[in-house]
Design a protein around this ligand. Structure first.
Ligand SMILES: [Zn+2]
Length: 400
C-alpha cells in the first residue's frame, strides 16, 4: 500500500535557532482566458514538456480531449491519456502511477485536466514519479490548482489526510469558457472558499504565533492577495454567477475565476487558515452533509462562525449578506442543520477543534466556544435572510 508523502513544509522552515521566516509559494506560471486550452501545447513549451500524460475524467476526455490533443500534436508533443478514477485516494494515485509506468512512452510531465480531486490526485502521481505537474482546472470551485498540497480521501470519500509536496504545479491553465459552461453552483461554492481566504489570512498574520500552510509566517503579499480576493468577490460575485447562468465569459466572471483560483489559492496556502476551515472540516464528520454540500458551502458557514467567534459582528453581517446575494449558505439551516441539535453540533465542533489551523485564532478555542459562536452566527444569518431573502440560494438548490 502506498505511503503518504513524507514531505512536511515546516520541517524546512522551522529551526531551533530563531524566528520563523516569511514564505510565499506559487505556481511558476498562471494563464487564464477563454479558449486557452486550445493553446496548451504552446504553453507546455514553458515547462518544457515533450511527452505528456493527460490525466482527466472520462467525461473530460469526451468534452476536451480532442482539442487538447490537437493542440499538443501541433506543438510536436507526444501525449497519452490516463483516465482519473473519480476519487483522490492513495489507491487512485497508485493506479495512476502504474498506468503511466505501463505506457509505451517515458512521460516527462503530468497534465491534470478536471476538478479539484483530479488535480490533487495528479499532484500525488507527479510527485511520486518525479515529474513536473500542470493543472488545468475545469471548475472554479476549489483551491487545488495552484497549491502544493492534496486532500487525500479514502476510496469511500472520507477525508483521510493532507499531503504536502515540495513544489507547486509549474503551470496552471484556466479556460474560462470551460468554467462558464459548468454548473453555476461550482463557481458559487468556490466563492465561499475564496471569501474566507482574507479573514483567515488576517487572523494568521495578526497572531505572532500564526502559521501558514507552509509552516511559516505569512508574507504581506499573501495577505494582500487575500484582501483583493474578498473585495473582488464583493464587487463581482453576483454578476459572475449571473454570467454562468448565461454561459457567458464576462469581465466579472474573469475576475471571480481569478479570485477563486489564483488569489484564493496562493492566499490560503501562503496566508494561512483559521476558524472558517476548521469548522468546515469539522462539519464533514456529519454524514448527512456529504456529499450533499460542497466544501466552499461549508467554508462559508465556517467563516460566519469564525467572525462571530472573533466578535467581528459588522463583518459577519456583511459576509452573511454576500452569501445571501450569491446563493451561499447564510445560516446553518442552509446546510440542513439546526443548531438546536446538540449532538450533531457538538460532533462537528469537536471535529473542528482537532484541526491544527484553529490554533491560528488569537485565543484558545474550545468546542463550547465554537458552539456558542455557531448559534449566534445562525441567528445573525437568519436575521439577514429575513431582511434580504434567499432567492439566490433557492434558485441554486432548486428550492421553491
Ligand atoms: Zn478550502
Amino acid at each position: 500500500m502506498l505511503q503518504p508523502s513524507p514531505f512536511l513544509p515546516e520541517s524546512v522552515f522551522q529551526n531551533a535557532s530563531g524566528a520563523l521566516p516569511q514564505v510565499l509559494a506559487a505556481p511558476s506560471r498562471y494563464i487564464q482566458g477563454a479558449g486557452v486550452l486550445d493553446q496548451l501545447g504552446v504553453y507546455l513549451s514553458l515547462v518544457p514538456a515533450r511527452r505528456v500524460v493527460l490525466y482527466l475524467t472520462a467525461g473530460g476526455e469526451r468534452r476536451d480531449g480532442a482539442r487538447i490533443k490537437r493542440s499538443l500534436d501541433a506543438a510536436g508533443i507526444d501525449s497519452r491519456v490516463v483516465i482519473f478514477g473519480g476519487e483522490c485516494s492513495f489507491e487512485e494515485i497508485e493506479r495512476g502511477m502504474a498506468a503511466i509506468r505501463g505506457l509505451p512512452m517515458a512521460a516527462d510531465c503530468v497534465v491534470a485536466v478536471g476538478g479539484g480531486k483530479c488535480v490533487d490526485a495528479g499532484k500525488g502521481i507527479a510527485f511520486r514519479l518525479g515529474l513536473p505537474m500542470v493543472s488545468c482546472p475545469s471548475l472554479a470551485s476549489n483551491d487545488a490548482p495552484c497549491s502544493a498540497l492534496s486532500v487525500i480521501y479514502t476510496p469511500e470519500g472520507v477525508t483521510e489526510l493532507l499531503e504536502f509536496y515540495p513544489q507547486n504545479p509549474v503551470l496552471v491553465v484556466v479556460d474560462t469558457q470551460v468554467v462558464a459552461e459548468a454548473p453555476v453552483r461550482y463557481l458559487v461554492s468556490g466563492m465561499g472558499d475564496a471569501l474566507a481566504t482574507w479573514y483567515e489570512a488576517r487572523t494568521c498574520l495578526q497572531n505572532p504565533a500564526g502559521r501558514s500552510m507552509l509552516g511559516a509566517r505569512p508574507t504581506l503579499a499573501a495577505a494582500a492577495l487575500g484582501e483583493l480576493c474578498a473585495n473582488t468577490l464583493f464587487a463581482d460575485g453576483v454578476a459572475a454567477a449571473n454570467a454562468v447562468y448565461e454561459r457567458q465569459v464576462t469581465p466579472a466572471l474573469e475576475h471571480v475565476i481569478e479570485a477563486n483560483t489564483l488569489l484564493s489559492g496562493i492566499g490560503f496556502e501562503s496566508g494561512g487558515l483559521a476558524g472558517a476551515h476548521a469548522v468546515a472540516q469539522g462539519l464533514t464528520v456529519l454524514p448527512q452533509l456529504h456529499p450533499t454540500y460542497m466544501h466552499g458551502e461549508m467554508v462559508a458557514i465556517g467563516l460566519l462562525t469564525q467572525l462571530v467567534l472573533e466578535s467581528r459582528m459588522d463583518e459577519a453581517k456583511r459576509v452573511a449578506e454576500f452569501c445571501a446575494s450569491v446563493g451561499l449558505p447564510a445560516h446553518y439551516g442552509h446546510l440542513s442543520l439546526t443548531t438546536a441539535n446538540h449532538t450533531d453540533m457538538l460532533a462537528a465542533m469537536t471535529g473542528a477543534t482537532a484541526m491544527a489551523f484553529l490554533q491560528n485564532e488569537p485565543f484558545p478555542v474550545t468546542a463550547d466556544m465554537l458552539m456558542a459562536a455557531a448559534v449566534a452566527a445562525d441567528e445573525l444569518g437568519r436575521a439577514v435572510v429575513a431582511r434580504v431573502g434567499d432567492e439566490a440560494y433557492r434558485r441554486l438548490h432548486g428550492v421553491r
